[in-house]
Every structure is written in C-alpha cells, then in structure tokens.
Design a protein around this ligand. Structure first.
Ligand code: QAP
Ligand code: CO
Length: 168
C-alpha cells in the first residue's frame, strides 16, 4: 500500500472531471486501497480519486470510529429522495483547517459498483448522505467552498495560498 499526495484548494487539478471506470480490475482495487490508507492516515472520513490527482470515478468513505468499515464506491450516482435540505458543518482534506456550513438534501438513493464490480443500491441519510454528495462533487470538479459566498471562498483561498507559499 502507499500514501498518495492530496491536492489542496485552489489547485486547478481539483477542477478536472473524472471519467467512469470501465472495468473494476486489480489496478482499481489497488487505487482504492491506497486511497483508504491515505484517508486513514490524514485522518479523514471521505476521499475522492480527484483529490489524489486520478481522474477516475472512485470514492472511499469510512464513518466508523474504529476505522474498520471502509466503503468503496465506483461510478457512484445518487437520486434525491427527500428534497428537504439540511445544514452540515463540512470540511475537506483538500481544504485543510476550514469547516463551513453547507446545505444539502438529507436523504438520497445511491447506486455504485463495489470493489468487485458488484452493483450496490442503498439509501443514505445524515452524515453518510452528506459525505457521498461531497465526494461525488469532487468527481465533477466541485468543492464544498463553491457553496459559500465569494468572500468566504476568497478568504479561504488566500489563507491556503499563503500557507502553500511558506511551505515551498
Ligand atoms: C468530507 O472530509 C466531509 O480540515 C470528508 O485539517 C467532511 O474527511 C463530508 C480533514 C465533513 C461531510 C462532512 C479536514 C482532516 C478531513 C481538515 C474529511 C483537516 C484534517 C476531512
Ligand atoms: Co472533500
């Protein structure tokens, strides 16, 4: 297994749209395993392939306290069940140090392939529903800061750019 580099906002590569996975093979399983290792090490609860500069529709999530319930979603899609929006305080490994309130539908129906290429179809609500929508956004080049005001987004961008300059 290997730790992957996580791209940080405002890296333009986070804006690329990921392509569907055409075959769930060993290379995809290795990518998912490396993404899980990278997410656990961060530590985080969700990571999309876009964040590690791979333009493929692969997402990993683990909401468990013990970090022993990995969810691998390949070509994930969702449909809104309950259009009522709920607020959630979101963060992102690509926007380290910033947490802001975002509104999203609370209940969704998810379809995806698992790590063996088997079709999954399930309902999600609460944090899982938020996390899946957040990660699918990444695959479409979208970040949670896009839901904030221009002013808030620019402030976050400036602070992260400054941090990146002092790291370089
Ligand atoms: C997405 O985010 C998410 O700022 C996953 O300094 C988060 O794993 C969806 C993290 C919240 C819904 C609600 C963030 C780690 C991890 C940071 C994460 C940080 C270190 C974020
Ligand atoms: Co994120």
């Amino acid at each position: 297994m290997a730790l992957l580099e996580i791209l940080e906002f405002p890296d333009p590569r986070l804006r690329k749209k990921a392509a569907p996975v055409t075959e769930v093979n060993e290379a995809i399983r290795t990518l998912a395993d490396n993404m899980l290792e990278t997410m656990y090490a961060a530590p985080g609860i969700g990571l999309a392939a876009t964040q590690v500069n791979v333009q493929k529709r692969v997402v990993v999530i683990d909401l468990s306290e013990e970090k022993n319930a990995p969810l691998v979603l390949i070509n994930p899609e969702f449909a809104v069940i309950d259009p009522e929006q709920h607020e959630y305080q979101e963060g992102c490994l690509s926007v380290p140090g910033f947490y802001e309130t975002v509104c999203r539908p609370q209940r969704i129906r998810v379809s995806a392939l698992d790590r063996h290429g088997k079709a999954l179809d399930f309902e999600a609500e609460g944090l899982l529903a938020v996390c899946i929508q957040h990660e699918i956004d990444h695959l479409d080049g979208k970040l949670f800061v896009d839901y904030l005001s221009t002013l808030k987004r620019q402030r976050i961008r400036q602070k992260l750019e400054k941090a990146h300059r002092s790291q370089a």
